[in-house]
Write a protein of this length. Structure first.
Length: 284
């Protein structure tokens, strides 16, 4: 009789243990589910993604096209001077050159003197997910939104540092530029952004370009500061017989500190690879 009760008690303890284990599993599962839902909610929350004032109108009326590789081009194909910028949205020197130079270069594009090509690299600079930023801009270009979006990416670099290119910010920026988010997402699922970005990296290697920004005027590398670029443009214009516009200071709203920083950073950044995310962060 005593032995029978011992067996029954043992069975009861085992059953209680199993119930406790099942209860623990249920509690842990519920906690994990709550955390997952919270993370999804946070990830999908719109992030601040301001578009710089004037970017929506800066490029109005300017012919936009692409090279055979898919690099964005501003200006007429008949312009006598070609200006090509190898650049990365994750590169601080590229931001400085952009802030001090873009408006003046656009004036030259509008005048018909130059056509301006942006080669979207991602392997330089220190801001995380530079690859994702390049892909996002390339797909924005499929809706003629590359240039305003490229202004925004450089702006976010200064505002948000290493969180500048988070996935929800990249997506919110598409909304704020006024593009179709669904079409943009669909583009990111294709081979196009990867192919164009890799073509940019390959082009840089073939031309022995070791850092960004690197500026070419009619195929010749020039120092990456506005005065040097404008001087090279005017020399090329003189050689072509086209009218020469006097060298002027940048008309961008960059502060004197930013402009001087652009000159100080005329030497290209090293080609240390920025942390590129091949996960949905880089390919939403």
């Amino acid at each position: 009789m005593s032995r029978s009760r011992t067996v029954e008690r043992r069975k009861e303890r085992e059953q209680q243990k199993k119930k406790q284990q099942q209860t623990t599993i249920l509690i842990v599962g519920a906690v994990v589910a709550v955390i997952a839902i919270a993370l999804i909610f946070i990830i999908n929350q719109p992030a601040e993604a301001p578009i710089p004032e004037g970017s929506s109108t800066l490029y109005e009326g300017i012919p936009q096209s692409k090279t055979d590789e898919g690099f964005p081009v501003l200006g007429s194909e008949s312009a006598p001077v070609s200006v090509v910028e190898y650049s990365s949205f994750a590169c601080s020197a590229c931001k400085s050159f952009h802030d001090s130079s873009i408006e003046t270069l656009i004036e030259r594009v509008r005048s018909g003197q130059i056509r301006f090509t942006y080669v979207p690299m991602y392997s330089t600079g220190g801001i995380g997910n530079g690859q994702g930023a390049a892909w996002a801009a390339i797909c924005a270009g499929e809706q003629n939104g590359f240039w305003a979006y490229h202004d925004a990416l450089f702006n976010w670099q200064g505002l948000y540092a290493n969180t500048a290119f988070s996935q929800n910010r990249l997506a919110s920026g598409i909304d704020n530029v006024g593009l179709d988010r669904g079409a943009w997402n669909a583009c990111l699922q294709t081979d196009l952004p990867r192919r164009v970005a890799e073509a940019a990296e390959n082009s840089a290697r073939l031309q022995n370009i070791g850092g960004t920004p690197t500026i070419l005027v009619n195929g010749t590398v020039v120092p990456a500061d506005l005065a040097s670029v404008l001087s090279a443009i005017d020399t090329a214009l003189a050689q072509s017989g086209a009218p020469v516009v006097p060298v002027v200071e940048a008309t961008s709203e960059a502060t004197p500190d930013v402009a001087s920083e652009a000159t100080a950073e005329a030497t290209s950044e090293s080609t240390e690879a920025a942390p590129a995310e091949a996960t949905p962060e880089a390919t939403p």
